[in-house]
Design a protein around this ligand. Structure first.
Ligand code: SF4
Length: 277
C-alpha cells in the first residue's frame, strides 16, 4: 500500500487502522527507531479537549508493550499497523495548527499506543513542537521512561501519566506487565519538578477498589507535582476493534462505572488535596 496516500488525519482514534507499515523492511524500522527519522503513527486528530489543557492536536503512535484488558485502541499495539511517517512530514502536519493552537491556548499531545516505544521520534517531534512555541504533552504508561534522559524531559511541558493499578498482581493481570515503572517515573518527575497529570481509568470490579484508589491518591498527593487527576470511566467504545482484530475480549460483560462510583473515586483524590475531574 502506498502510505503517502493514507491521510494522517483521522476523525477520531476509534478509526480502525491495520497493516499500514508492513511494507517497511525490518532493517529500516530498526534504524528509524534508533534515529527518530521515521515514526509509525495511527493518525493525527484535532480538536481534542480531553488530552491535556485547552484544545489539543493529538498524534497517536503505534506500538505498545502493554495489553490492557480495557484498551480501546488495540490496533495501536503493533507498530506495523501505523503509517510510516518521516519526522519532517509529522512536523509539517503539526505546523499547520500552530497558530490556531496558540489562539486557543491549546497544544500538542503525543499519545498512543505507547509513545516511548518510539522514544527518539517522540523526543524529536516534541522538541520541534516546542521550537514552534506549541505546548507539549505526552500520554504514557511510563514503562519505558528510562529511555528518556533528563534533557529529553525538557521537551515535554506536561506528562499525562497513567497508573493502571496500585496492586502489583492486579497490574499484571490488567496490563500483562510488571508494576512499578510508572511509580518510578512519577517519583522522577517529582524530583525534577516536572508538571504531571494522572490518568486513572475506573473499571468496575478491577480498578475501583476503595483501598487501591486511596493508596494511589496518597502516593500522588505526596509527590507535589501532580496538578490534576483525570478520572476516566471505562467504556465499551473500543470493543468492536477487539472483535475485528480477532482478539479475545474479557470485558464483554463489564458495564461502565456508575456516576456514584466515578464521584466516589474523584472524592478520594480530592480528599488528599488533589484536583480531580
Ligand atoms: S497502555 Fe494504552 S495503548 Fe497500551 S494496551 Fe494499555 S490502554 Fe492500550
Amino acid at each position: 500500500m502506498n502510505t503517502e496516500k493514507v491521510s494522517l488525519e483521522a476523525k477520531s482514534p476509534f478509526e480502525l487502522r491495520v497493516d499500514l507499515g508492513t511494507g517497511v523492511p525490518e532493517t529500516d524500522v530498526r534504524s528509524a527507531l534508533a534515529s527518530g527519522d521515521l515514526g509509525f503513527l495511527h493518525s493525527f486528530t484535532t480538536g481534542s479537549a480531553v488530552d491535556g489543557p485547552g484544545v489539543r492536536v493529538v498524534a497517536w503512535t503505534t506500538g505498545c508493550q502493554f495489553r490492557c484488558l480495557y484498551c480501546h485502541n488495540p490496533d495501536t499495539w503493533k507498530m506495523s499497523n501505523g503509517i510510516p511517517v518521516p519526522l519532517a512530514r509529522a512536523v509539517e502536519e503539526l505546523g499547520k495548527y500552530r497558530h490556531g493552537l496558540k489562539v486557543m491556548n491549546g497544544g500538542f499531545t503525543l499519545s498512543g499506543g505507547e509513545p516511548m516505544m518510539q522514544d527518539r521520534f517522540a523526543v524529536r517531534l516534541l522538541s520541534a513542537a516546542k521550537a514552534m512555541g506549541i505546548h507539549t504533552a505526552i500520554d504514557t504508561n511510563g514503562f519505558l521512561h528510562s529511555r528518556l534522559s533528563d534533557g529529553d524531559l525538557e521537551s515535554i511541558d506536561l506528562v499525562l501519566l497513567c497508573i493502571k493499578a496500585w496492586d502489583p498482581q492486579l497490574h499484571k493481570k490488567l496490563t500483562g506487565a510488571e508494576a512499578g515503572a510508572a511509580l518510578d517515573f512519577a517519583r522522577r518527575l517529582a524530583a525534577r519538578k516536572r508538571p504531571a497529570w494522572l490518568r486513572f481509568v475506573v473499571v468496575p470490579g478491577l480498578t475501583d477498589r476503595e483501598s487501591d484508589v486511596a493508596a494511589t491518591a496518597e502516593f500522588v498527593a505526596g509527590l507535589g507535582n501532580f496538578q490534576r487527576i483525570d478520572v476516566l470511566p471505562f467504556h465499551q467504545m473500543g470493543r468492536f476493534k477487539w472483535k475485528k482484530l480477532g482478539l479475545p475480549y474479557e470485558l464483554d460483560d463489564v458495564q461502565p462505572p456508575s456516576p456514584e462510583t466515578v464521584e466516589r473515586v474523584c472524592a478520594q483524590f480530592r480528599a488528599v488535596g488533589l484536583e480531580a475531574y
